[in-house]
Design a protein around this ligand. Structure first.
Ligand code: HEM
Length: 417
């Protein structure tokens, strides 16, 4: 691949740990390219960024997910051999199962559940000196996720389950103790949910049909087989865990309201349309998913670069969401940019790109957006609060990242109607 910039470093894994979300973008800028090769994670990897790259990446003729996700990530974030690692008809069949749970009506339902759960918190917060928004959001979303999926959850269990789901997410870019914490959390959650699936199948526990618990327990693969109880648990956790992870975006939304106080008034005046623009800008601007990986299915050439069969390719999600070719002044927070931004499956990819029915794009975007909207409306319209001195900075090297303080609020009181 002579026409493509090659990063000469022996291995970039350390630099990746040091630069985090900006690693790929920094190299793209340095080489003046949206495509380069580098040694990373012990292999020769092609890194690419931008709308055109996303279009390639989501072409199932060119790329597959089998063998792409490192075991480290499967043992923490995804669960082993789960939907994220599947290809072809088997993947689409399972994807339809996920998508069937997330109808627009159910997405709204989750938004309403989140709104009500926040309201129910006010009285308690009025008695507290201060609260940490991220911690509160995690637990609240864990309750909502379990209730919505039909998973029974005792009040004493909420914190440990919420912390476990969060620890799986927190481990995705980690080595060392943070990784092991994520693995332990996954083992504990899988044991819990596997037992539940078994009880549902044996009839020991009644479950409402059309809940995610029911659908995962009784789903049949294209061959007509049920998933083994553990695999069903892993896929149910693929619904529960990411709902809890919305707490990260909610915390960043609060940071956005703090850093841009004028946004509160715009949200009050701007109705549903502005709320939607604000949510999109939070998902674009703040770092959460850094990049995605897939393997080349069959050799092809693009932009003078040979993509060899089996080679690992990374798509820069964070970089695409901050690509100057797409976004004017991408490092400014500005919801207005979404007022006239045409619908495009490949230029705005905080939860992956392409058509979720045909590829791996996140099926949970509607849920995420509704839960964020309910939370932002709550912060803007339902309560007043003070923001004590704290460290709201977030590291761009740590993946995933979060404001250091988790967003502390004090003197919370219900807004006068
Ligand atoms: C896949 C991000 C919320 C369920 C993904 C992918 C990303 C992502 C980047 C991978 C796309 C790809 O591989 O091409 C996020 C973020 C969320 C979020 C940042 C906000 C917290 C949710 C929610 C759910 C969900 C709320 C479900 C309730 C899934 C599933 C997949 C997935 C099942 C695998 C899809 C597949 O492999 O076909 N998500 N997601 N996510 N997400 Fe989300």
């Amino acid at each position: 691949n002579k026409q493509v910039p090659h990063d000469k470093s022996l291995d970039n894994s350390l630099t990746l740990m040091q630069e985090g979300y900006l690693f790929l973008g920094n190299r793209m800028k340095e080489y003046g390219t949206d495509l380069f090769e580098a040694r990373l994670l012990g292999q020769q990897v092609i890194c690419m960024s931008g709308e055109e790259a996303a279009k390639k990446f989501y072409n199932p003729e060119l790329f597959q997910r089998k063998g792409a996700a490192p075991k480290r990530v499967q043992k923490t974030l995804f669960g082993q051999n789960a939907i994220q690692t599947m290809d072809g008809d088997a993947h689409i069949h399972r994807k339809i199962l996920f998508l069937s749970l997330m109808t627009p009506a159910e997405e709204k339902n989750i938004g309403n559940m989140v709104a009500k759960a926040w309201e129910d918190k006010i009285a308690e917060w009025e008695q507290a000196e201060s609260i940490v928004l991220f911690e509160e959001a995690k637990e609240l979303l864990c309750r909502v996720a379990c209730e919505w999926t039909g998973v029974p959850l005792d009040e004493e269990e909420v914190k440990i389950r919420a912390d476990d789901f969060a620890a799986m997410v927190d481990a995705f870019g980690a080595v060392g103790p943070r990784h092991w914490k994520g693995r332990k959390a996954r083992t504990r959650a899988e044991d819990w949910i596997t037992g539940l699936i078994e009880d549902v199948r044996s009839g020991e526990r009644a479950v409402e049909d059309e809940t995610a618990l029911y659908e995962m327990a009784f789903y049949q693969t294209p061959d007509g087989d049920q998933l083994d109880a553990h695999m069903a648990a892993v896929e149910l956790i693929n619904v529960l865990r990411p709902i809890v992870a919305i707490s990260t975006f909610i915390t960043f939304a609060a940071v956005a309201l703090f850093d841009h106080p004028e946004e509160k008034e715009k949200l009050r005046q701007g109705g549903e349309e502005y709320l939607d623009m604000f949510v999109q800008e939070v998902r674009r601007f703040y770092p959460f998913g850094p990049f995605l990986g897939a393997r080349v299915k069959k050799e092809f050439e693009w932009k003078g670069c040979i993509f060899k069969e089996g080679q690992l390719v990374l798509l820069d999600m964070y970089g695409t969401n901050h690509d100057e070719r797409i976004w004017d002044q991408p490092f400014y927070f500005n919801p207005e940019r979404f007022r006239h931004h045409p619908e495009n499956l490949y230029d705005f990819i905080p939860q992956g790109g392409g058509d979720p029915k045909k590829g791996h794009r996140c099926p949970g975007e509607g849920i995420t957006v509704e839960a964020m909207k309910a939370s932002i409306e709550f912060l803007v319209d339902k309560i007043d609060y003070d923001i004590p001195d704290q460290d709201l900075s977030y590291s761009m090297a740590r993946m995933p990242t979060l404001p250091e303080s988790g967003f502390v609020m004090s003197n919370v009181r219900r807004k006068a109607e």
